[in-house]
Design a protein around this ligand. Structure first.
Ligand SMILES: *[C@@H]1O[C@H](CO)[C@@H](O)[C@H](O)[C@H]1NC(C)=O
Ligand SMILES: *[C@@H]1O[C@H](CO)[C@@H](O)[C@H](O)[C@H]1NC(C)=O
Ligand SMILES: *[C@@H]1O[C@H](CO)[C@@H](O)[C@H](O)[C@H]1NC(C)=O
Ligand SMILES: *[C@@H]1O[C@H](CO)[C@@H](O)[C@H](O)[C@H]1NC(C)=O
Ligand SMILES: *[C@@H]1O[C@H](CO)[C@@H](O)[C@H](O)[C@H]1NC(C)=O
Ligand SMILES: *[C@@H]1O[C@H](CO)[C@@H](O)[C@H](O)[C@H]1NC(C)=O
Ligand SMILES: *[C@@H]1O[C@H](CO)[C@@H](O)[C@H](O)[C@H]1NC(C)=O
Ligand SMILES: *[C@@H]1O[C@H](CO)[C@@H](O)[C@H](O)[C@H]1NC(C)=O
Ligand SMILES: *[C@@H]1O[C@H](CO)[C@@H](O)[C@H](O)[C@H]1NC(C)=O
Ligand SMILES: *[C@@H]1O[C@H](CO)[C@@H](O)[C@H](O)[C@H]1NC(C)=O
Ligand SMILES: *[C@@H]1O[C@H](CO)[C@@H](O)[C@H](O)[C@H]1NC(C)=O
Length: 412
């Protein structure tokens, strides 16, 4: 055998044997086990004298044998109630990249043992503290983990006015989830300038939040579902979010979108969700939405009542729209007739719709370039063939539970 190959094989063997688990890390893991009481038995193989890289919920680097990922979500008995964490317990894991502590009833950290203790974990990129009882006071201690890219603080006890300044030093932070808290207002918001994904859904904001988001100039995805938006929504404040691709505003009360004359539209915004919004006049919201967000590719209008609306003219020239989601909405067949004229529309999802006006329909609807049509649970009672003309471009069709009876003839 070629000498070179011998060495390659030898090196590969050594690597595959691995360094195994490091003693100090095994000790630190066993120490953690005292606090994570493990109600679901996930830590069953965390026992002395075994290879800790093989333990459940632990992931090591294949080459160095150092712990890089710890998944300790829902790992403490609920019945033990709130408790305070000693973050120093994690400081031995110098190569740690991802730490998941969600769902553990943690109320905070013990004095002087907060997350500032993790400032030397320079590889820590992902920290999930969701579903705990942390409050506003925790933010400043997170500031020292400067390597963080993804931070999940959802469903904790953040409340009222939250000063986000503590997170400014997280220059690498790309994703922040603060959904499911009771936040009314942010102060000092401009500093999170590298954020790409932010979730603020299920909080107690109001319309004024929109004007305070302007500094997040690299933002790509913004989730604002059920945040107390109400009435006329001025989207001028979003104008500076030039990279915004996705905006979710469902479960709010939206009557109308407005913007100023110099508004040019968010050119990159191609996904908009208004699922389950409440509104006084769906025509008005639809019309103003189409004007405010003219470059959409995916539009989610599920669970909205579009009965008896005046079809806005703007609906005729949806020139970019490829996917329209109308699941669970109420609409008249004329709405579909209008949408069908779009040449860009490829995917139409309308499961569980209440489709009215079928009996008044004159001729079949001509969809132009539709590739998939999902209508399960939308009642047609046998009129499908009279209404929808066979679509040559169609690749996927779902018509379960549509109240159809008999044979659908394959017409090509
Ligand atoms: C380490 O091992 C895991 C599976 O054991 C594998 O999925 C991963 O690609 C490996 N990583 C490297 C860098 O070899
Ligand atoms: C916190 O954990 C560290 C590391 O295990 C330990 O040295 C220290 O005594 C602990 N502090 C308290 C107050 O429990
Ligand atoms: C952390 O655990 C939660 C709960 O199981 C899970 O939803 C989440 O995706 C995990 N996050 C990471 C970063 O692993
Ligand atoms: C916030 O949590 C800390 C413990 O980390 C606690 O001392 C403080 O009382 C809490 N503040 C509120 C308003 O609940
Ligand atoms: C909206 O929230 C801000 C900050 O909490 C508050 O100052 C303002 O009064 C609220 N506006 C309305 C109309 O409730
Ligand atoms: C929305 O605002 C109107 C007044 O503009 C008010 O009557 C209504 O209660 C508000 N709704 C919600 C859910 O806050
Ligand atoms: C809704 O608004 C449209 C104008 O876009 C108007 O023609 C229509 O009468 C309004 N409907 C109701 C119920 O107010
Ligand atoms: C939309 O169609 C109307 C006519 O129905 C036309 O006047 C208008 O210029 C079109 N707008 C765009 C953006 O194509
Ligand atoms: C439609 O089908 C999907 C997937 O099969 C299912 O999840 C959904 O509940 C169905 N909806 C209705 C209204 O039947
Ligand atoms: C079709 O459904 C409508 C209500 O959606 C109902 O009024 C009508 O009687 C049904 N027609 C048949 C033939 O079942
Ligand atoms: C299907 O149609 C036939 C007659 O065409 C009728 O006898 C039968 O009851 C119908 N079944 C259902 C489930 O509507």
């Amino acid at each position: 055998m070629d000498c070179k190959w011998f060495w390659v094989l030898l090196v590969m063997m050594l690597v595959s044997l691995g360094k195994g688990c490091w003693e100090e890390e095994r000790t630190a893991l066993l120490q953690l086990k005292h606090f994570f009481t493990d109600p679901f038995g996930n830590l069953y193989n965390w026992v002395e004298n075994s290879e800790c890289c093989r333990w459940e919920m632990v992931e090591c680097d294949n080459i160095t044998g150092k712990v890089i990922k710890l998944d300790l979500f829902f790992t403490r008995d609920e019945i033990l109630g709130e408790w305070y964490l000693n973050a120093s317990l994690f400081s031995p894991f110098q190569q740690l990249q991802s730490l998941n502590l969600s769902g553990n009833n943690i109320a905070g950290c013990i004095e002087n043992k907060g997350f500032e203790r993790l400032s030397r974990l320079s590889y820590l990129e992902e920290l999930n503290l969701g579903g705990n009882n942390f409050n506003n006071s925790i933010l400043s201690s997170l500031a020292s983990i400067s390597s963080l890219k993804h931070l999940d603080l959802s469903y904790n006890r953040f409340k009222g006015v939250v000063n986000i300044e503590g997170l400014y030093s997280l220059k690498n932070l790309k994703e922040l989830d603060m959904s499911g808290n009771e936040i009314d207002q942010f102060v000092n918001f401009k500093g999170l300038s590298n954020l790409e994904i932010m979730d603020l859904s299920y909080n107690n904001f109001n319309n004024s939040i929109l004007s305070s988001l302007g500094g997040l100039s690299l933002l790509k995805s913004l989730y604002l579902e059920d945040i107390g938006l109400n009435g006329t929504i001025d989207i001028q404040g979003l104008q500076s979010l030039k990279k915004l691709e996705e905006l979710h505003m469902g479960c709010n009360r939206i009557d109308k979108f407005v913007n100023s004359k110099d508004y040019r539209g968010l050119k990159k915004l191609n996904v908009l969700s208004l699922s389950s919004i409440e509104t006084t006049n769906a025509s008005v919201v639809l019309q103003s939405m189409l004007r405010s967000f003219p470059f959409l590719k995916t539009l989610d209008l599920s669970s909205i009542d579009f009965n008896e609306i005046v079809i806005p003219r703007e609906l005729h020239n949806l020139t970019t729209l490829e996917e329209l989601i109308l699941d669970g909405s109420k609409l008249d067949i004329s709405f579909l007739q209008t949408v069908a004229t779009s040449t860009s529309l490829k995917h139409l999802l309308m499961s569980g719709c209440e489709l009215n006006g079928i009996s008044q329909v004159q001729g079949p609807i001509n969809f132009k370039n539709l590739e998939s049509l999902f209508m399960n649970g939308t009642t047609f009672n046998n009129s499908f063939r009279q209404i929808i003309r066979p679509i040559a471009t169609l690749k996927k069709l779902s018509l379960q539970n549509c109240g159809l009876n008999g044979t659908l003839h394959d017409q090509g």
